[in-house]
Design a protein around this ligand. Structure first.
Ligand code: ADP
Ligand code: MG
Length: 348
């Protein structure tokens, strides 16, 4: 982006997904990062909208005002309480579309549900609103771990053996153990359980079905966990994720000091290049655009498995994408600008 080029940017966060708090933390970080680059920023909760008065929508992009600093707690947000703050039944809040139309681009700091499944992107396409990241098709396919798995298999990308189970149908009576159960379209490890013995399957399924009506049951891969960021058609250095206890669950993702991350990951060169190539294949198989992040497990035999692709990877201070960018000397604010720059390409 040229020096001193100021844009009006709406940073969209919040919403009604279980990852609401993570999204707000990402949004606050991104808004502050973009302000240090002299952009004019409005930070908006997609669900609650903007209920203040204004004469001219452009006045909102003044860049003034302190944004509340939010920390992700150990518990999930109380979404019923948030839902009740609005009564019109719409999942897009007051003035959100007006403000987003007025922006040069909307920075999507949303995680989960509407924000990541392509619904908002489709709405924005209809209104001619520009936004960062993938479009509706890629977002929808990456959000659904069942569809993603089918595409990974079609494109020869190794992924743990698994299947989709629907609520109300009987659970299989023969499964490969240990297994992992996760909501089909979840994120941030919400509703994910490890099943070590068959007797734990029912409970794990109930936990995942709290969030949606489809779940993924797949083989648990013992080994090391990695993630590969992609921006502008290039992979970033791989990060290794080492939770101090248990797996990379919600708490280990967002509480400082719970997980060690190593970037660039200590991996043999051939595995590094193969994993980066697989990440790019997954990215294109899912029709993703601009940027994203792909998660992997590596077993003791050196075989790696693609778990999923994230179309709107976390941008909290503890998130992996900013860490990977830092490993090539790209600051957090530079990364935010780079995401805008690569996302603008399709609108030229
Ligand atoms: N098949 C698997 N084998 C081992 N660990 C897994 C497997 N699937 C998921 N996990 C663990 O659960 C976490 C969340 O799973 P993931 O598929 O990345 O979903 P999301 O991040 O969208 O919640 C991963 O970061 C990893 O620690
Ligand atoms: Mg993940």
């Amino acid at each position: 982006m040229p020096e001193n080029f100021t844009m009006n940017i709406a940073v969209l966060c919040g919403g009604l997904s279980p990852e609401r708090d993570v999204s707000i933390t990402s949004g606050v970080g991104i808004a502050n990062g973009l302000k240090t680059k002299c952009h004019k920023v409005v930070l908006l909760d997609v669900y609650l909208g903007y209920t203040g008065e204004y004469d001219n929508v452009m006045d909102l992009f003044s860049g003034s005002g302190e944004d509340a600093v939010q920390k992700v707690g150990t518990a999930l947000p109380n979404l019923d309480e948030i839902k009740d703050l609005k009564t019109d039944g719409s999942r897009i809040g007051d003035n959100v579309l007006d403000i987003c139309k007025a922006a040069d681009i909307v920075f999507m700091a949303l995680h989960g549900e509407d924000g990541e499944n392509g619904n908002i992107q489709a709405t924005f396409d209809v209104y001619g609103i520009r936004y960062t990241g993938s479009g509706p098709l890629g977002s929808a396919m990456a959000m659904n771990k069942g569809v993603s798995k089918d595409l990974f298999e079609l494109y020869g990308i190794n992924t743990p053996r698994g299947c989709v189970l629907e609520k109300g149908k009987s659970l299989p009576d023969d499964i490969e153990l240990p297994a992992i159960v996760k909501p089909c379209s979840g994120g941030s490890s919400v509703g994910v359980s490890i099943v070590r013995e068959y007797s734990e399957l029912e409970q794990a399924a109930q936990e995942a079905f709290k969030y949606e009506d489809s779940l993924i049951l797949e083989k648990y891969i013992w080994g090391r966990e990695f993630s590969v960021g992609i921006i502008d058609g290039e992979t970033l250095p791989i990060v290794e994720i080492c939770p101090k206890r248990g797996f990379y669950d919600y708490k280990n993702k967002y509480q400082s000091g719970m997980t060690d991350e190593y970037c660039p990951a200590d991996l043999p060169g051939d595995i590094t290049s193969k994993m980066q190539a697989a990440a790019l294949r997954a990215f294109y198989a899912l029709r993703l655009e601009a940027y994203g992040r792909v998660d992997f497990m590596l077993d003791k035999d050196g075989e790696f498995y693609c778990l999923e692709a994230n179309t709107l990877p976390g941008m909290t201070p503890l998130s992996l994408m900013p860490l990977e960018a830092a490993a090539i000397g790209m600051s957090y604010a530079d990364l935010c600008e780079k995401i805008i720059e690569v996302s603008m390409v399709k609108y030229r």
